[in-house]
Structure formats: structure tokens, C-alpha cells
Design a protein around this ligand. Sequence first.
Ligand code: GLN
Length: 465
Amino acid sequence: MNTIEFIQKIRNGEIDPAENIARVMEEISKLNKEYNHFNMIADDAEKQAKNINLKGRLAGLPVSVKDCICVKGMESRSGSKILSGYKPVFDATAVRKVREEGGIIIGKTSQDEFGFGSFSSNMGEGFETPLNPVDKKRACGGSSGGSGGITAKISFPHISLGESTGGSIASPASFCGVTGLCPTYGRVSRYGLIDYGNSLDKIGPMAKSVSGAALMLEIIAGHDKNESTSLDKPVDAYTDYLQKDIKGMRIGVIREAFGEGIDDEVSEKVKDAISRLEDMGAKTEEVSLPLTMKYGIPAYYLISTSEASTNLAKFCGMRYGKTEELEDGFNKYFSKVRSSNLGEEAKRRIMLGTFARMAGYRDAYYIKALKVRSMIIKEYKKVFKKFDLLASPTMPSIAPKFSDIEKLSPLQQYMMDVLTVGPNIAGLPHLSVNAGELKGMPVGMMMVGDHLEEKKLVQAGGKLE
Ligand code: GLN
């Protein structure tokens, strides 16, 4: 039964939401002992199920939420020990909308600390690493690893809210074999999202199918008076595009994304998927994005760490989360709180970001990266004059083994995002769908659309599925 049929059955009274959720909670508690897809499982899900909006568009649907998205009354730590004990007094706008439509919040999914990672292997102290749903020796991808893992593993209809700064929805979707839809920057309100890089962060759905992702986006998208960067533009009926023909749709196949550094077998799988789109009437042509593919990674890692290093300054042991003994004045106190409660990768990013925007280096690094970002946006805009969508693999490989990840330097880890940083720095919507299997592991294909063209992604993704 797919998500849409399930919701229909709840609305008709054929399925009892409380009975269903009791079974869901039993399953996820069991799964979590083995896979660690949740940092926190809701203890009030059955209570929520008794009071839902039975006419809502998500009536009775279990929804998991990445840890960085605030859920009222539920410890929301963004995967960091420094936020231990922080229980938001409000719901993020996306969560509020889910509840208004009858969705039931089942838990907070695991992630790299504050979103700093591509494998969900940079976990804050006290957090368990989520394991790949297909092979436990491998990573879920990151940073929305728990969302990807549980979406693949759960046997019930369910959708997760993930978050992407540089690829965190697409990466776990690809490694876990699910659909991840990262919307245009500003399409979904960031109100209540614990920030990583404000000019980059997006909340988006992860689902077993394109239809589930389209439905969820329809609900969470839209302007929010609490969030000034949320776009005041009408929201499309994405689900109407699921069955639309793709005859004549122009798809640009990104040349550099099939070249050096990308696994040949992954490339082959994705090319097969592209030829299926051709069989259904899409017109494909090779296209080159030289600037984006070459400078996307350095620009992204300079901008994102610069923003992260300022955002993390608020975690100083005064307002939120962990505190330490106060001695020797406030400066010592702040250092103590931060050095004993942030993980290694978070500290690395604070140092890198602080350096990049320091007087004397700012022009050479941070400002230059912003200029490169503008050029990357121009490069995409030019290409979108000719194409409706762009296609490439989502990740350069299948989900790696933890034993191989350990051997990678931080820089090699950052390189995993080579295909996803482009649309993320340009604020473009992108969709990762499963394109087949390699050695039993899922392979993801990514499509990128122009700003606010999520509907075209749904159209092509829906056809492919
Ligand atoms: N891997 C990227 C990073 O570490 C992306 C993470 C994200 O999108 N949250 O910054």
C-alpha cells in the first residue's frame, strides 16, 4: 500500500490511526536497537493519534523529523551534545504544517553533528551512528542519515523531513535507495530549523516514493511570516505532475559528472536510467558545467563553514543546552563549554570558517567564495535557458563501508559532495531517485531543476519510478 492509498484508508475509516501507530512504534523501537536511525523516539505518538485531523492531507501518517528541526517539547539537539536537554517551546513551521494535516510525529532522526558530514559518521558524543538499511557495514549517507535509513527500512507508510545544506537530502536518499526532494532555497520555511548555514539550509521530504515526496512538499512549502527568506510565491500542486507526460522534456546530461572521480559502474546505471527517460520521450543532450564542477567544493566549504562558525557562537552555555562550572570569567567559561561539548568535525569547521572570514583573509577566501557562488548561479541560469532538467549520478559511489570511510581525510570526505554542492550553493531544487542496484546496494540518480521548478522534477521522477 502506498502512502496516498494509506491516507485515503485512514480518511475513510478503514484503518484506525491509533492501532496503526502502535504497530509503527513497536517496529521502530525494535529497528532502532539494530540500526540507530533515531536519536529520540516520541513517547506520545499514540496520544497524538487520538487527536489528529482525520480529514487532513496527511491523516494518520507517521512522520519522522531530522534532529535539527524543532519539535515542541521533544529534545532537539541537531546531533550535538552541546544541545543536550534542549526542548523547544514551539514547533518548526514545517512540523506545525504536518500536524495540521493530520501527520503524527514519531521521532527525531540521527544526523552528523549540526549536519557536518556526508556519511552520518561525524556523530556528536553520546550519539550512535546510523547503519545502512541494506548493509550494516556501510554508511547511510549524510547528514540526514537517519531519515534515509528509516525511510528505507520501515515497513509502514511513512515520510521523513530531512534537511540539506550541501547535499544532505540527496546523499542519504542515494545510499539508502529512497527518494529525496530538496526544494528551492526559500520554498520551505526555515523557522524552527537549527541553522548550519543560513544562506544554504533547506528542509525537504524523504520518502519511499516520488509521490510521497511530492505530497509532503505540497504541504510544507509556502510563505511564512516568521521567516523573511521564505518565498512569497504560490505553491504548485506537485502531485498533479506525477502522471504527466515527459514527451519533449529537455534533459541536459552533465558531462563532468560522469568523468574522473565517479565510479564507472555507477555512471552506467545512471545512464541506463537516463535512457529510460529518453524512451518515454525526453530529449537528452550533453552539457558542461565546468565552473560548478571545479569550484563548487571550495566555494561551498568556505561559505558553509563561515556561516556555521558564526551560527555556532550562540552555543556558549548561556541560553541553550549544556553548561559547565563557571570559574575564571566568561571567556574561559565559553571555551570550556564549547571545547568539551562539540565534536572534532564541528571544531574543525569553526576554525576553518573563522579563518576564512578573519580580517586580512576575508577578501581572499570568504568574499571570493561569494563571487564564485554568483558565477556558479550564472552558469546554471544559462544552461536552464536550454534545458528543463539536468541529470547526473547523485553520489560518486555506492554507500561506502565504515572501514573505508575511516581511511579518508576530511578533504577526501568533502569531495564526496562534488555532485550535490552545485545545486545547493545555487539554491536549485533537486531530486534523488533510485536508479538501480550495484553489488546489491542502491544507486541514486539526481535531477536538478531551475528555481521553483520542483514540479518538473516530480514529473520526470514520477515517470521514472
Ligand atoms: N556534506 C556536506 C557538509 O558536510 C553537506 C551537509 C549538509 O547538507 N547538511 O557540509
